[in-house]
Structure formats: C-alpha cells, structure tokens
Design a protein around this ligand. Sequence first.
Ligand code: NDP
Length: 292
Amino acid sequence: MILIDGKKVSASIQEKIAAEVKELANAGERPPHLVAVLVGDDPASQTYVRNKINACKKVGFKSTLIHLEPYTSEAKLLQVIAGLNADSEVDGYIVQLPLPSHISQQKVIEAIHPSKDVDGFHPMNVGRMVLNLPAYVSATPYGIMQLLEHYRIETSGKHCVVVGRSHIVGSPMSILMARNTPIGNATVTLCHSKTQNLKEITLTADILIAAIGRPWFITADMVKPGAVVIDVGINRVDDNTSPGGYKLMGDVDFENVKARCSYITPVPGGVGPMTIASLLKNTLLARKKIIY
Ligand code: NDP
C-alpha cells in the first residue's frame, strides 16, 4: 500500500508557484492578489480562511481578508462583490461557504465575475469544465486530479466510484474523471444518499472517492482489494484527549481499509493540503489571465 502524501505534493506545487511569483517580480510585475471574504464567525470557516491567507503569504501573493459581521445583509455582500469585480488590482477572490442562512448562496456565487471565480463555483466555470474548455476548476476536485497525476495512477478505462454529489466536490469530481483527458477517461458511477446497494457498487471500484461528510463511513468490506482510495472527508469529532477538544476524521475507516488498497490518502495530510495548492494555482492563472 502506498500512502498518498498530499502535504508533500502540495508543498512542491507551492514551491513552483513561489518561483513563478519571483519571476513576475523580476519582470517588474505585481504579485497575484487573492481576496477572501468571510461572513460571520464560524470557527471552521475562520480556520480555512486563515490557512488560505497564510498560504498566500508563503508563496509571495498579496492577500486581503474582508471579514464581515454575521448579520451583514445580502445586499451589502453583493455590494462588496461588485467592488471586487471592478477592482483591477484583485485577480481572484473567494467567498467562504457556508454563508449565514439569510443570504442566498447561489445569488452570491452567480454575482462573482467568472474571471475572478478562483473557487470555480460559478455556473460559467462549472459549464466550461463540463465541456472541457479552459475554466477554473473547483479546488478540491482539481487537487485530487493533481494527486492522481503525481502518483501516475492509471485512470483510463478504470471504474471510478464517487460517493457524494455535492456541487463543490462529488459532482465536479465525477465529471473530471469521465472527461476525455490524460487523467480521466474513467467509467464513472456517482453515488449519493438514495443509491441502493452502495456496498455492491463500491466493491467494483478501481478508484473509490469518498466525499460524504460522515466519519469512517467507508469500511473495509466496501473496498475492492487493490483499489485506490481517496478520502475527501474532514469531520470534526469530539475528543477530550485532543488539545482543541476535537479530532479530524475522514470518511474512510483508514486503519482497516489501508490493508486492502493499493493507494490511500490519509486524513489529515491527504486531499486537504491539495485544496489550498489548487486555489493558489487558480489565482496564479487569474493573475496571468490564462483562462479568461
Ligand atoms: P455535502 O454534505 O454537501 O455532500 C455530501 C454528499 O454525501 C451528498 O451528495 C449526500 O447525498 C452524500 N451522502 C450522505 N449520506 C450518504 C449515504 N448514507 N450514502 C451515500 N451518500 C451519502 O458535503 P461536501 O461534498 O461539501 O463534503 C463532503 C466531505 O468532504 C465533508 O466531510 C467535508 O468536510 C469534506 N470536504 C473536504 C475538503 C478538503 O479540502 N479536503 C473540501 C470540501 C469538503 P445527497 O446528495 O443525496 O444528500
């Protein structure tokens, strides 16, 4: 079994990005600028945004955090977004999800200009991704594709089972794996909570991608021997022995599944670090105006 080291791959991608930022500086150009918009005080969202801002600093990007009060109105947020769309010094920005319930997430996503939508959530980017046109691809699925590429995992003709169909992970993942691209060309089955006989399906997966949000949902008896297992799940589970009072668990029962598979991502240290690397990559693409 080979442990897929997302931390290492992410670090090497970030080194390459930092080198490109230096090249820009040598050419007298400004660095990429990412803005993160955070509404409210959700602790997990605060951690995610802080990690993104820190990652920007490390590679030499300019970054700005716009932290809005939890009761910020939808109109006010849309005004902030309009300002970011118009600001030529901002290459890309993210609005951290989830948003408070009084704000329409879809309205906000559609207000982001596609050329600055480095999270790849705007329908224009999703549609272009489906059509295999240049697009910002949602960071987590994009990160997984880079892991598969880095470890030279054969995907062509393989049966890939994705469990979870969210707009940000499962659905784009299934499309990417099915596209006619070097990493892709898989035969894909997309499963969700209404799927019947899930175990029968996962047992046929050469590549199993779990994006469910339930700790240790995928057990060893659901995994085909020799499968590649990608665990997207990040679940905070109460744990009195941990300093923060919680520990992170994946969607896969790692200890028991690892003995059965050929490759597996750990949690933490697998898919998570790749998500940040992908966001930085998208921001660099935005700075260089490569997609739009
Ligand atoms: P969502 O809650 O949006 O989606 C979960 C999906 O799992 C849904 O499609 C749901 O089906 C499906 N599901 C739920 N229960 C079952 C079941 N019993 N059997 C089969 N399918 C089921 O989650 P996300 O996609 O946003 O996130 C999934 C996990 O990945 C979470 O743990 C999240 O924290 C993590 N994550 C990690 C990231 C990273 O950087 N590593 C980034 C983003 C997310 P249905 O559609 O029918 O409800």
